[in-house]
Design a protein around this ligand. Structure first.
Ligand code: ATP
Ligand code: MG
Length: 429
């Protein structure tokens, strides 16, 4: 009678003093696989729970209306995002109906997921859109910066860390994390560099794209959950199912428009000293270019086709013009002007910007070419002196900022409280 060593029928590990086996009629199962199986089964149950507490899905128009409160303009991107999120959750519902064996969903239809790629100049609201969306849909949300991911070979850990963070945001609740949204920022920075396009291995760009594929395409990814609560019984590692996670990627893709332009309007004579230049006036705007972007242009920019293919929805963001920037300054819930007015109000001072001051600030920001990002530093610069002086003066009622102040040709007009007013205050207090 030969004594064959026992192996786990699931993972193949050999039985030993430290690896006990449970015997079944056909084979064996080890402790780790039992844990894993229980984790998977409990996540099915939780999926059902989540479905029940979820309530009615917000319609795309409702999602967009909520985005409007925080993000100025970008209607196209907002519409695309709203629809994608709506579809994403419909898909999740469909999936969990299937795994839970509930409902009457047609089980033969596999609904593919629609990850989104936001493309638009710096400071136009890509990160803002993604984080606002997360607030609205009330699911775990994490931002990963593609530039911090390490090169091929060391990538595995880092890319998985995105999921570890998502799990943290979900308070360790695996099934909640599996409903989450991951925003991968700065994906243009992991484009394959042109010098390395042929031959040599591109470890910083393409390698990272390859590593991200594994997450994005939807699979069970093993993550190391050291220090996490062990409520899933999983010890140090656990499996997270990324099939249902919505991935949104964003990047400024500087220079992408050149690739679009080349495709749309090839130069009349490509080579030679007498090459005829295209009339610069015929040149489409940056906005038109971004709207015309196709996967092929992204490929020429240096994204690998497999990566692009997993982001089927392209959402272009438009550069912000003067009007839009003024709106950014004044309209959103936490608009910059409102923020500074609040700061001054703590000292009992009113802060006022004239309309032409706002125009001037917006124009200055456009010169800087950093979108709405430039607004804050302009404001800081303009208000610095006044923010230093006013608190120690004590008798200031109002500060008025006009266009000349922004141009650096005048000082902020400081209106002091009338003495009588002041006396009244001190006697009254
Ligand atoms: N459309 C917008 N509406 C309101 N605020 C905006 C908008 N675009 C940008 N902002 C403001 O500018 C700041 C920077 O925007 P955001 O981080 O979204 O830029 P981005 O598009 O991600 O740029 P980058 O490509 O440089 O990362 C935000 O904090 C926000 O206050
Ligand atoms: Mg950003």
């Amino acid at each position: 009678m030969d004594k064959q060593p026992k192996h786990c029928s699931f993972c193949g590990i050999e039985a030993s003093a430290s690896v006990p086996m449970i015997a079944g009629t056909e084979g064996f199962i080890c402790e780790a696989c039992v844990m894993l199986a229980s984790q998977v089964v409990s996540s099915w149950g939780k999926k059902k729970e989540l479905n029940e507490i979820q309530g009615p899905l917000p319609k795309p128009a409702e999602i967009k209306a909520m985005l409007d409160q925080y993000v100025i303009g970008q209607d196209l991107a907002k519409e695309i995002l709203s629809v994608a999120v709506y579809n994403h959750y419909k898909r999740l519902k469909h999936e969990s109906d299937k795994t839970g064996g509930l409902g009457s969903a047609d089980q033969s239809v596999e609904i593919g997921k629609s990850n989104i790629l936001l493309i638009g100049p710096s400071g136009t609201g890509k990160t803002l859109l993604a984080s606002t969306l997360a607030k609205i849909v009330g699911v775990p949300f994490t931002v990963a910066d593609a530039t911090t991911l390490t090169q091929a070979g060391y990538v595995g850990d880092d890319v998985e860390n995105i999921l570890v963070r998502l799990l943290d945001v979900a308070d360790g609740n695996l099934s909640k994390a599996e409903w989450g949204i991951v925003y991968i920022d700065e994906v243009d920075k992991i484009a394959r560099s042109p010098e390395q396009a042929f031959g040599t291995r591109d470890v910083s760009g393409e390698g990272v794209q390859q590593a991200l594929l594994r997450l994005v395409e939807g699979s069970h990814v093993k993550i190391s959950a050291k220090g996490r609560r062990k409520e899933h019984g999983g010890g140090d590692t656990m499996m997270i199912d990324t099939r249902n996670i919505l991935f949104v990627a964003g990047g400024a893709f500087p220079g992408l428009e050149k690739h679009v332009e080349k495709r749309l309007m090839p130069p009349k004579t490509a080579i030679g000293f007498h090459a005829e230049m295209n009339n610069p006036d015929d040149k489409p705007t940056l906005e038109a270019m971004l709207n015309a972007t196709q996967p092929d242009d992204l490929k020429r920019f240096g994204l690998i086709p497999e990566f692009i293919g997993r982001f089927p929805v392209l959402a272009p963001l438009e550069p912000l013009d003067v009007d839009a920037l003024i709106q950014v300054l004044t309209e959103p819930k936490n608009a910059l002007v409102k923020q500074y007015q609040q700061l001054f109000a703590f000292d009992d001072v009113e802060l006022e910007f004239t309309q032409d001051a706002l125009v001037e600030i917006a124009e200055k920001a456009i010169e800087r070419n950093t979108g709405a990002r430039g607004l804050r530093s302009i404001m800081e610069h303009v208000l610095r002196r006044t923010m230093f002086d006013v608190p120690s003066k004590g008798n200031v009622e109002r500060c008025i900022v006009n266009a000349d102040v922004i141009k650096g040709e005048a000082e902020i007009q400081v209106v002091e409280r009338e003495v009588g007013d002041d006396l009244q205050r001190s006697s009254g207090g």
